[in-house]
Design a protein around this ligand. Structure first.
Ligand code: ZN
Length: 128
């Protein structure tokens, strides 16, 4: 068996509908900010990357997973949340390695490279 890939970090993408669920997304966001050392990304109301609905990203270190993901399971306010690891295989990370809380949404696989050489993002700097 080959060595399993190392998980460098995790993302949680919290999806919302600007017309009907932005207030709930705000509550989830401030709940995260109050409790966890994470890097909260900005609001994306225009679709970006492989995502098929507006969302914001929460980036966190592997050590935060065991606290944050159970909290999200209970407090996601009925929003869809994609939780995916970041190895160096973005396509598999979003499609095969991913966890969904709530209703899964489509993910555009075409824009996701199969392999990258190194993490594209700088190290996580908690802003909460
Ligand atoms: Zn992501």
């Amino acid at each position: 068996m080959s060595t399993p890939p190392t998980i460098l970090s995790w993302h949680a993408h919290v999806y919302f509908d600007p017309a009907s669920s932005r207030d709930r997304a705000e509550r989830v966001r401030s709940g995260i900010a109050a409790r966890f050392k994470v890097q909260l990304g900005r609001w994306h109301e225009v679709l970006v990357g492989p995502h098929t609905a507006p969302m914001y990203q929460v980036a966190f270190e592997p050590a935060v997973f065991a606290e944050l993901v159970p909290w999200l399971a209970l407090n996601r306010e009925a929003l869809s949340v994609l939780v995916h690891p970041n190895t160096l295989a973005p396509r598999a990370d979003h499609l095969e390695h991913a966890l969904w809380l709530g209703t899964p949404l489509p993910v555009l696989s075409d824009v996701l490279p199969e392999r990258i050489e190194r993490a594209r993002e700088s190290p996580i700097v908690p802003n909460t």
